[in-house]
Design a protein around this ligand. Sequence first.
Ligand code: PLP
Length: 461
Amino acid sequence: MTVTKQSHIFQGTVAARVPLVVSGDGIYITVEDPETGERTQLLDAMTGAAVGALGWGDPEVHKIMAEAAKETQYSYPAYLGNDYAEDLAEFYINNSPSGAFASALWTGSGSEANENALKIIRQYFLERNMPKKTKFVSRNSSYHGYTIGSLSIGSSARAKMFEDILLPSSQCIKVDPCYTYRNKLEGETDEEYGTRLIDQFEQVILREGADTVAAIIVETLPGSSLGTTPPPKNYLPGIRALCNKYDVVFMLDEVMCGTGRANPNGGLNCWENWLGEGEGPDIQLVGKTLGSGYVTIAGVLVSPKIHAAYVNGSGTIMGAHTYSGHAFNCRVALKIQERVKELKLTENIFKVGNYLGKQLKEKLSSSSIVGNVRGIGGFWSAELVKDKVTKECFDVDLKVGPNLQKICFSNGVTVMGMQGCNKGVGDHIMFAPAFTLTHDQADEIVEIVVKSVAQLEQSLD
Ligand code: PLP
């Protein structure tokens, strides 16, 4: 008789035990069945929740971590600092377009970064004696994390059960997402679609009064919420212009798509695909690949404009988290980023990732259930549809996205399978491999995914 062990970890699926990760090597992870102890190697095309920049088990990172353990000391961020938090901020500033950022707050997670950003924006307007600016305008079908503040500016099926305890909807206003595949009208050009969405933001600002609107918040390349849908070319520049016009903070969430995953210039920021020097966000959030899965670190990057308001105002940021700017995490993250830069891995993932996307597009084009393949650099998705012509979504209860994830796992590759929602968002699977990806590994991923999609298709007949 098999004895089912109870998990003592209160996260994820509590009713059943999930596979345990026991080791990692480059682009592969080894997982263990918690019941049988059987081990399987998987090609890690998703790196958890898109965290992987360097591959797994990197001996250089292990060396860095050993050094950091010996040589760093904890400092309480409210009144003490450390060089490593400073150096990591300097690295981000120096490797971003000139003048984009002045400083950074290093946090433990992307949700915590979003939470802090809302407070930073609030205090920014108080520093400028504009207390009425309290409203955040973000998008339906977006994801910014699982804390109360980040759920309030997000809007996905995941937020639904918490609706009654979120910030009021009069303060967290939602507009349409940018979802070209489904929401661009027939006959509309990409540019016209972008303009229509910008107009919607402007209408909200005019309706609410610019003196009450604090920020526009969007994911640069939405990840788990909408599946890596690139915006039309004029979309982000249009939001930048609106924010300038109405004195509204332009906040970009790059927790999933940023820090080298989809940068066209061998740099860090995803927005550089659409915005030039002097056009960047006022506040930007980063996470995931910053620590590459080795350390828990995320952050809020602050532009010179925001930074100056604090310096010229009270001079103090209200609030401190015990582990913000932790020396060990910052030192390891910095070394990881330096190594990514030295090995030109951002360039590599942009090139090989685009190859992966092209192959996925080509090889999945004959599948009757793949409606759209989209993405940039190292961040791709395939959206699953019941009918390719009408783009009809699968019934959400069929869970075709999560089911495809399971099939891919059993065939030896990790992807993230997302369930659609009844508001017209389709199921999809996502890809976010380590930046070390090779062409051969990309081919292997595509081959396994094509086979897995065919199996899913058969099971739906
Ligand atoms: N923002 C975006 C765009 C994300 O994709 C995520 C996580 O997936 C978060 C914020 C939350 O980050 P974390 O899970 O580290 O709290």
